[in-house]
Design a protein around this ligand. Structure first.
Ligand SMILES: Cc1ncc(COP(=O)(O)O)c(C=O)c1O
Length: 400
């Protein structure tokens, strides 16, 4: 048989997905397994969104519609960008796609060529470097650490510039750390982006999920020059508990928006109409659902941070946004359990799943070994029960 395309060898299933698959298999086998792995809110999709989808199906809106999204949804997203982010993307420059992940993929397809360098502050969402590599680009992982709040600064970005630098990917609030960039930090990065004529992909999927005094700022709102170079990506999955509906949206400079539209026209055409009608209803309602989500997740965050603080040796980064706790587990690397040494964060995650029936995600999945990510988006009782297992698992690794 002839070989697969070379690019197929440059992409692999994410470890996050692999652990989730094992968790689901154990669950299907009837094991009492719990998960702090998947990045998915536990709340149900708002009823008005579900009803709008059902109504659209009953009304027969089940045929092909516009490639870049239903005009009504693009209008709603355009208004949302103006209202919440101070961004003026006309509907023509907005593309509705199958989740923010699809928006990222479309954007990278339209921008990244062989050899292009894409700058990615790390730890980062696993999909960014995988897709860049898949497309023949070079992901340039710019390390950040806990001491600097897991945020890239302008000096480090400037130092990484080469003639091949093409695009900076920002994700604030961020997965896996929950770091949120403030306006001054974004301004400093925007200056470098403009100075070096880069593009900036701003993934704002966790926009509404911020805690305490943290405030989300869209980098594209910081001036005409950065707006002209920024692709702003967001979606319905996190704030509206609509992960399975697969609706994300992109606001892009006109030429790029047109290219993404053409790519989508031959790739997936458009996301399911029913999902788009659900998104229209969700965006048309007041903010009470995202507010409820934020306050629920704030309670979860408090519980998770309290429970993690009680586990000896874990150094926890307090997240200002998103719904993950990211912590340093160096105190446990090198520990052993029944003759097996915990050499990596993946070893510890496998141990927790095999021995304590608890799914978690290793820091290595996000480009930072020696850390672990848990998602605290869960019912409080279920979260507490899962954290019992986490604590028991870590304590069992401590020397007797
Ligand atoms: C940073 C980031 N961007 C995008 C996504 C994907 O969102 P969607 O469900 O809209 O594809 C995720 C999901 O985990 C994420 O963490």
């Amino acid at each position: 048989m002839k070989p697969l395309a070379r690019r197929a060898g440059r992409i692999s299933t994410s470890q996050t997905v692999a652990i989730d698959a094992k968790y689901k298999r154990l669950k299907a086998e009837g094991k009492d397994v719990l998960s702090l792995g998947a990045g998915e809110p536990d709340l149900d999709t708002p009823e008005h969104a579900k009803l709008a989808a059902i109504e659209s199906i009953r009304a027969g809106r089940t045929k092909y519609s516009q490639v870049t999204g239903l005009p009504e949804l693009k209008d709603a997203v355009s208004r949302k960008f103006a209202r919440d982010n101070g961004l003026s993307y006309p509907p023509a420059d907005i593309i509705i796609s199958g989740g923010a992940k699809h928006c990222v993929f479309n954007t990278l397809l339209a921008l990244v060529e062989e050899g292009d360098e894409v700058l990615i502050p790390t730890p980062c969402w696993v999909t960014y470097p995988e897709l860049v590599r898949f497309l023949g680009g070079a992901p340039i992982l710019l390390p950040t650490d806990m001491a600097s709040g897991f945020k890239l600064n302008a000096q480090d970005l400037r130092k990484a510039m080469t003639p091949k630098s093409k695009l900076l990917i920002l994700n604030s609030p961020g997965n896996p750390t929950g770091a949120v960039y403030d306006e001054a930090e974004l301004r400093a990065l925007a200056d470098v982006v403009v100075e070096h004529d880069l593009y900036c992909l701003s993934d704002e999927i966790y926009e509404y999920i911020v805690y305490g005094g943290a405030r989300h700022v869209s980098i594209a709102a910081l001036g005409a020059e950065i707006f002209a170079r920024t692709i702003t990506i967001n979606g319905m999955s996190k704030a509206y508990a609509m992960t399975g509906w697969r609706i994300g949206y992109t606001g892009a400079p006109p030429a790029l928006a047109a290219a993404i539209g053409a790519i989508q026209s031959h790739g997936t055409h458009h996301p399911a109409n029913a999902s788009q009608y659900a998104a229209i209803a969700a965006l048309a309602a007041d903010k009470s659902f995202p507010d409820l989500m934020r306050s629920h997740l704030s309670d979860c965050r408090e519980l998770a941070l309290r429970r993690l603080a009680a586990i000896p040796g874990l150094l926890v980064f307090p997240p200002a946004g998103a719904f993950y706790a990211f912590f340093n587990l160096h105190a446990y690397l090198g520990a052993s359990y029944r003759g097996k040494t915990m050499a990596t964060s993946m070893d510890i995650c496998e141990y927790l799943l095999d021995e304590h029936l608890l799914a978690t995600v290793p820091g290595s999945s996000f480009g930072l070994e020696g850390f672990m990510r848990i998602s605290f988006a869960n019912g409080l009782e279920a979260l507490d029960a899962a954290l019992d297992r986490l604590e028991k698992g870590f304590r069992a690794l401590l020397p007797a």
